[in-house]
Design a protein around this ligand. Structure first.
Ligand SMILES: Cc1cc2nc3c(=O)[nH]c(=O)nc-3n(C[C@H](O)[C@H](O)[C@H](O)COP(=O)(O)O)c2cc1C
Length: 153
């Protein structure tokens, strides 16, 4: 059966929560896509780049992004700015970076402008950049990202 956000019938396989999800990511070197694919697989949806708008209403938008020159990419800012609060229940932030710990505050600044709440929880791990953190996110990071997503089911 196809389920969408307007179907309020509890789904027993989801503990009666009937949650709907979307996964979007921005990547320059592929690291964020690795995490996005793991999270999406766990949730049974497809990870799509942020060039794909969120057209169907979802309870949770998992948003993968990263730091580039101490900031999030302008495309990520614009994407968050384009979100509609009646379409997105909340954002769950995830990503990786070489040195900095989290893009949470930067994403939240944009989310606040459009009135879309952000979950306090996020997933972050090291991401390969030049000679630093070779191979990250690695298999353990990918497994941890999937495990992180599980708690929202
Ligand atoms: C152009 C560029 C600039 C970056 N600047 C930063 C930075 O300022 N701080 C940081 O912690 N990591 C920085 N990084 C590292 C990335 O955040 C890290 O490699 C991340 O995993 C990249 O994710 P992606 O492959 O999905 O783009 C930078 C990477 C690139 C390619």
């Amino acid at each position: 059966m196809t389920r969408d956000a307007t179907d309020q019938t509890p789904d027993p396989s989801k503990g009666g929560k009937n949650m709907t999800y979307a996964v979007r990511y921005y990547t320059k070197t592929g690291n964020t896509k690795k995490l996005a694919d793991a999270i999406a697989k766990e949730l049974g949806v497809e990870a799509l780049p942020i060039t794909e708008p969120v057209n169907d209403a979802v309870d949770i938008l998992f948003l993968g992004n990263s730091y580039y020159a101490f900031n999030i990419d302008p495309e990520v800012r614009d994407f968050v700015g384009s979100l509609k609060k009646d379409k997105v229940g909340k954002i769950v932030n995830f990503g990786s970076a070489a040195m900095l710990n989290s893009t949470y505050k930067k994403v939240k600044e944009e989310a606040d402008k459009v009135g879309v709440p952000m979950d306090e929880k996020e997933f972050h791990c090291k991401g390969e950049f030049k000679m630093f953190h070779k191979g990250r996110p690695n298999a353990d990071d990918v497994a941890a990202a999937a495990q992180f997503a599980k708690q929202f089911k």
